[in-house]
Structure formats: structure tokens, C-alpha cells
Write a new protein. Structure first.
Length: 127
């Protein structure tokens, strides 16, 4: 693709995201787009969020955020594991199929843990 075509698509996708919140290119690889976006958004949320879910609040504790930060980190790690599964980076670095399957199971376990936490705390993801 030449520079003019590349610029055309960048502008097109920018306009699509502005109008409807997503671009055609996001749909082509939606799983990757969601993982990548959630990692960025949750990382930012962690730095600006003041509160935590009520069940994590302890009025006697001096630092309320450490439990919530750990949960957000686990959700982020889940999306990072999802990206690794999608990227299949480990296929080329692991020579034996058994080792690949072991790594895949490890990443999938991490991903599932993050998704369970996301499901449990979804309505607390706000600043």
C-alpha cells in the first residue's frame, strides 16, 4: 500500500471511529482490538480511579486501593494473555508441541481469571 492509500485509510478509520465509535479495521480483528484497547483503558483507569467496590472497602485500612489495584492488574494481565494467544507468539519460540500446549493452557488460565474478574467487577469500572 502506498503512502497516499495509507493516509486515506487512516483518515477514513478516524472518521468512522468519530461517527460510530469503531472503524471497519477494528471489526476485522475484533478480539485483538478489544484486548489492546482494554489494556490501555484499564491501565489509565488504575492511575486515575479514586474509589473501589464497596466489598473491598475497609474503613480501618489506611490504603484502600491496593486490593482494587491488584484486581485491575489481574484483569489487565488477562487481556495481555489474550493478546499473546491471538498473536501466537509462543508458537515460534516453543519447539515441542507439549511445551506449546502447556504455555497455551497457562495463558488461557490467566485470560479466564481476568475475564471472571471483569465479569464480577464490571459495574465498578469507572472513575
Amino acid at each position: 500500500m502506498n503512502k497516499i492509500q495509507n493516509l486515506y485509510y487512516k483518515i477514513k478509520y478516524f472518521i468512522q471511529r468519530g461517527k460510530r465509535g469503531y472503524a471497519d479495521c477494528d471489526i476485522w480483528d475484533l478480539d485483538y482490538y478489544i484486548c489492546d484497547t482494554m489494556i490501555k483503558v484499564l491501565t489509565h483507569l488504575k492511575t486515575i480511579a479514586d474509589g473501589c467496590p464497596p466489598e473491598l472497602f475497609d474503613k480501618n485500612a489506611t490504603n484502600q486501593s491496593w486490593k482494587w489495584d491488584k484486581i485491575i492488574d489481574d484483569i489487565i494481565d488477562g487481556f495481555k494473555a489474550g493478546k499473546e494467544i491471538i498473536d501466537e507468539k509462543n508458537i515460534f519460540s516453543i519447539e515441542k508441541i507439549e511445551d506449546y500446549q502447556k504455555e497455551y493452557k497457562f495463558l488461557l488460565k490467566k485470560f479466564n481469571k481476568g475475564m471472571e474478574l471483569l465479569k464480577r467487577y464490571f459495574f465498578y469500572l469507572w472513575d
